[in-house]
Design a protein around this ligand. Structure first.
Ligand code: HH2
Length: 277
């Protein structure tokens, strides 16, 4: 699948795309507080587009390990002014939410993608998106953010994640969602140990058996810190390397904090792989 239907956009996934992260939160693990103010979030979004982001992912509720759920009204009051201000930004806007009410409201304000870390499992989530033509990112998570890092267990992480994602894709298509709207994401760090995360990354190509484009979010995560021994603020170059390795294993959208660096690295990677350069 090389074309992704994404609201008023059609994304060509023959080359990997870069999704810039805009966290409108006081408590995100990597950049909490920096863009909590709506004006700062809007400015950050514009900067990421200037740096070459192909799309943006707006999130108002942190899903870092241990995070608790945010009331609906609070999530929407953070998202609303930023979505309004970004209506005319020339790239698709994804909204990172699992709440059906927020999905509907965000789509009403022009969002082109819904990124659901619960894989559209909440009551009403599928109904909230089915009639729209937005893209849908189905992510895998074992349990929920509050409990997910307490001894996650799998017999085989890759086959269990693959089975979950294909089952959710089937549920969505049976509900009437066109396949061209779907993306899948193994959910790095969501109910997985460091060893399980690297097992997934090593075998990322196996997810392609589902036949849907793969999105990955590795940026600055604990799996990077666990290997480098570096704090969050010093995980950029290792994150860029991990993103390129994911692209090499078939990832089509890279969800990152460090847009400029990832865009440059992708250009060099593509030049290496293209004899016409
Ligand atoms: N990771 C985070 C949040 N949303 N969505 C998808 N599809 N894939 C991911 O890997 C993913 C995600 C966590 O990262 P971040 O947004 O930087 O932090 P926080 O959840 O603390 O806001």
């Amino acid at each position: 699948m090389t074309i992704l239907r994404c609201g008023r956009y059609e994304l060509d996934l023959r080359r990997p795309l870069v999704m810039g992260i805009v966290n409108i939160t006081p408590d995100s693990f990597s950049d909490g507080g920096k863009n909590f103010d709506p004006a700062a979030a809007v400015q950050h979004a514009h900067r990421l587009v200037e740096e070459g982001a192909d799309l943006l992912d707006l999130g108002a509720e942190s899903t870092r390990p241990g995070a608790t759920a945010l009331p609906l009204e609070e999530e929407w009051s953070r998202l609303h002014p930023v979505l309004e201000a970004l209506r005319d930004i020339p790239v698709p806007i994804s909204v990172d939410t699992y709440k059906p009410e927020v999905m509907r409201a965000a789509l009403g304000l022009g969002a082109s993608m819904i990124n659901d870390v619960y894989g559209f499992r909440f009551d009403g989530a599928i109904e909230a998106v089915v009639e729209n033509d937005c893209a849908l990112c189905i992510m895998h998570m074992q349990r929920d953010p509050r409990t997910m890092q307490a001894a996650p267990q799998y017999d085989d992480v890759v086959s269990e994640v693959t089975a979950f994602l294909s089952e959710r894709a089937m549920v969505l298509t049976e509900a009437g969602v066109d396949l061209t709207r779907l993306l899948i994401d193994p959910g790095f760090g969501f109910g997985k140990t460091v060893v399980q995360n690297y097992g997934l990354l090593r075998r990322l190509e196996e997810l392609q058996s589902i036949g849907l484009p793969v999105l990955v979010g590795l940026s600055r995560k604990n799996m990077i810190g666990a290997i480098t021994g570096k704090p969050v603020a010093e995980r950029s170059s290792a994150s860029v390397f991990a993103a390129i390795e994911a692209a090499r294993r078939g990832a089509r959208i890279l969800r990152v904090h460090d847009v400029a660096e990832t865009v440059d690295a992708l250009k060099v990677w593509q030049a290496i792989n293209n004899e016409n350069h």
